[in-house]
Design a protein around this ligand. Sequence first.
Ligand code: MG
Ligand code: ZN
Length: 359
Amino acid sequence: MKKLIFVNLSFVLVLSWASAQQKSSTTAPSIIFLIGDGMGISQISAGHYLGGENSVFSIFDKIGLIRTHSKTNKVTDSAAASTAFATGQKTYNRAIGVDIDSNKVANLVEVLKTYSYSTGLVSISSITHGTPAGFYAHVKDRDAQEDIAQQLTKSGVDYFSGGGLKFFNQRADKIDLIKDLKANNYYVDTVQDYSLKLAKNKKYGFLLAEDGMSMVAEERKDFLANSLRQGLQYLTDKNAPFFVMAEGSYIDWAGHRKDPEMMLNEQWDFEKAVKVAIEYVDKHPNTLLIVTGDHETGGVSVQKGKTIEEVIVTFSGDQHTAVMLPVFAYGPHAEKFTGMYENTDIFHKILSVVKGKKK
Ligand code: MG
Ligand code: ZN
């Protein structure tokens, strides 16, 4: 009698284990893609040696390297780099979502919609700036930020937050894009209450500055980590796989300014967002996290200081550089992101994950 019960129980256990396995392998993973704009291995090293605690990057054991050159330049800009990630095409510098002949190329927001993914974008700069724009817009030149804003209102992006309000409500054509966003089921605000639970049947657009947001050392505080966390919660509540891109935009700006203090503050701020994403993946195992940069900025080095204990951050220039960048991956299919490859391969690898392909 006892034996019979045992057999029945284990049979039930095997069945439920099998259906759980099936479920996890048939549900496409959600994807968190974090870009440190201007973040190379030196910025990460500086963050580590001057941070006083273990680098958040220590958790990754699937690491690759990308070549970042654009179609026209050995040294890319953020627009061509973003287009490479979001469309799988190398293009000319300043291009957003168009190829070398200025033809539109489908981006991740558009492609993933056909796989029923929800989408989110978080940026410290204007949401119409080069890096975020590459994921949803198509313009010949990144400076067309009013056009980019208009395309965002029709993009179907479920959640976005960042700066750029003036490209929506103080436009040369006088069109009020805030009205258009609301007509397209968006809740729009110029402040963000991170404690609010967002309604899953609404879309959200937070435009928190006229143009780029302030420095982290000023009033911006933990916007990037908090807004990413709130976005992740909202996208999770929608009960569909999602893709979210969040950008630490000002590591780059610090490089252009050759400002070591700003660089470190922005690097650490970005790392807080990486931490939020790692914690999310640990709680939601069917999520793939990818962290990389679009190019390095400033030719940063970490050099010997006055004492053997001390290191200092130095800049060899104030422009982007062509050095290869690390790619860190965590979660299902992370192994696909090891090796040395092109920035455009990020797009193809993401798609292969979405389609559930082995390679
Ligand atoms: Mg950027
Ligand atoms: Zn830059």
